[in-house]
Design a protein around this ligand. Sequence first.
Ligand SMILES: NC(=O)c1ccc[n+]([C@@H]2O[C@H](COP(=O)([O-])OP(=O)(O)OC[C@H]3O[C@@H](n4cnc5c(N)ncnc54)[C@H](OP(=O)(O)O)[C@@H]3O)[C@@H](O)[C@H]2O)c1
Length: 287
Amino acid sequence: MKVTFIGLGIMGSRMAANLLKHQINLTVFNRSKDAMIPLVNAGAKSANSIQEAVQEADVVISMLSTPIVVESVFIEDGKALDHFKEGAIWIDCSTVNPSFSKKMEVTARQRKISFIDAPVAGTKPHAENAELVFFVGGQEATVEKVHPILAMMGKKIMHLGDNGMGSKFKMLVNMMLAQSMIIFSETILLGEKMGLDKSFLLNTIPNLVVSAPFTKFKASMIAADDYAVQFPLEWMHKDLHLASQTAYEYQQPLLLANLAKEMYANAVKKGYSRLDFAAIHKFLEEK
Ligand SMILES: NC(=O)c1ccc[n+]([C@@H]2O[C@H](COP(=O)([O-])OP(=O)(O)OC[C@H]3O[C@@H](n4cnc5c(N)ncnc54)[C@H](OP(=O)(O)O)[C@@H]3O)[C@@H](O)[C@H]2O)c1
């Protein structure tokens, strides 16, 4: 089976590296060419263009930043979909909005390509250690075919239903993540202001039943004032924007997530895009 991986950023570079550990026949492609070098050194082939990258692949995996970028690479400027083999499978792992995943499925089907949405939970270390959780939407038969490939990059594959279901669930998870980070951050800041010890707060609050468990990992970033990127803050802003857009499509009010979105928007404006999203704490601290 020939596999092509497109989008070698923080997540994609590590996911592709795990495929190589299983001796997969892998071609890689990335807009910035330097990202391909370590993977080529580890045994992958590099393609000179997006069209060349996809033309012989049985399975194409994408891990790109935003729906606009996915559309530009696969449909508009890059027109990658026009160069797929008939019967190939496209797995989009990018975090996108559910209606966009549906649109990609329809567009792919018109070209006799099977599509699944398979966004992931987990961040840089989980991608590195093949411990991602895949939220998958797509037809059973297609999901079964690619299950072994996903299992090389993750510890759990949750097939949630038809196309779009993976993206729907991922969006809910990130809405919780974005807001929980702000709640944690405001709690720490007020605690400190009231004279409670910062180390005590950072060590104790994440272990309370009222806390989101992931705050344990973010507490150490706050303690060290080091927000080296795992999940870029700019993509958290994007995910909240996609949630807001989706809520509009469903005519469902979304009050706090929209407020959170604007807080992340301000942090982006302040230059925090490529810090970890936990840097929303730094933003609130300095405000
Ligand atoms: N990081 C995480 O913890 C995490 C966790 C779960 C899900 N996600 C999601 O996974 C996706 C990738 O995240 P990431 O953290 O790996 O992001 P990233 O490091 O910013 O990588 C983004 C990728 O998209 C490519 N790209 C951006 N703009 C492009 C354009 N105009 N044309 C072609 N390619 C373009 C980049 O290419 P260049 O290298 O050329 O810029 C890079 O390969 C996002 O949807 C994100 O929300 C991330």
